[in-house]
Design a protein around this ligand. Structure first.
Ligand SMILES: Cc1cc2nc3c(=O)[nH]c(=O)nc-3n(C[C@H](O)[C@H](O)[C@H](O)COP(=O)(O)OP(=O)(O)OC[C@H]3O[C@@H](n4cnc5c(N)ncnc54)[C@H](O)[C@@H]3O)c2cc1C
Length: 220
């Protein structure tokens, strides 16, 4: 139950400006009535946003701010964004901004994955059969879910376009556990996400930092 009396004397200290600390700060302000100026967030890097910020390390490579793929299972993110005022649309929340954008722009990737200059297009029958094989394998091996994925499929499966599409969507490796595969696969099935076109997903209008982090940093 949210409180109503402003707690002027309470102070909160959070470590890191990733989405987790920012969410905690928003709920402390909104539900625990702690004034924003009483909340301190420590950050060791020179910019805010943690994993949702970009980094460029000359020797190690770069991570850029991409759009964030979301769907209706992103309950915590959507709840948080319902509490954040949009900085671009007066009187709207960030959640309303995301919903309006996705009503207008449906996700349908024409080139979800490009490999050696060609778009990875699965054969529909092969894709259907492979997805059935994955579902079957997960059910059969649910009691040994800590085994690696590579222990339950023939090596040829890992050369298939289905594996290219599934593994690249979730950063899966053959040595990841069957449990991890099951978690990812449940998401695909539950939301009927098409792994070649990404239909079934929603996305942010701008990159993940500008859409989610920047407006959250302005809450006080
Ligand atoms: C490329 C990529 C793609 C991803 N895709 C998805 C996805 O599709 N869906 C999904 O749900 N998740 C995804 N994730 C994961 C998701 O982004 C992270 O789980 C989430 O952003 C982590 O937020 P966090 O606040 O817990 O930590 P972080 O974002 O890691 O933030 C931690 C912050 O703490 C700071 N910090 C650390 N130590 C200290 C210290 N001692 N003092 C001060 N500051 C400190 C760091 O500098 C950093 O800013 C992805 C992550 C990456 C990198």
């Amino acid at each position: 139950m949210p409180m109503t009396t402003v707690r002027e004397k309470e102070k909160a200290y959070l470590v890191g400006t990733g989405i987790e600390s920012l969410a905690a700060a928003v709920y402390l302000i909104r539900d625990a009535c702690i004034p924003g100026e009483n909340i301190t967030i420590f950050e060791k890097s020179s910019s805010s946003g943690g994993s949702l910020q970009e980094i460029g390390l000359h020797d190690e490579g770069y991570k850029i701010k991409g759009i964030r793929m979301l769907n209706t299972s992103s309950i915590a993110t959507y709840d948080l964004m319902a509490a954040i005022p949009s900085v671009r649309f007066d009187g709207k929340t960030v959640l309303e901004e995301i919903v309006a954008f996705n009503e207008q722009m449906k996700v349908f990737a024409q080139a979800r994955l490009v490999c050696n200059g060609r778009v990875v297009t699965p054969d529909p029958d092969e894709l259907f059969n492979h997805l059935l094989d994955i579902r079957q394998a997960i059910s059969t091996h649910h009691q040994s879910e800590n085994l690696p994925i590579e222990s339950i499929f023939e090596p040829v499966f890992f050369d298939s376009r289905t594996w290219e599409l599934v593994s690249s969507l979730f950063c899966l490796q053959p040595w990841h556990s069957i449990k991890q595969l099951a978690l990812c696969f449940n998401l695909i099935e539950h939301h009927q996400i098409s792994i070649d076109t990404l239909q079934g997903l929603e996305k942010t209008r701008y990159n993940q930092f500008d859409t989610l982090i920047f407006p959250t940093l302005l809450v006080n």
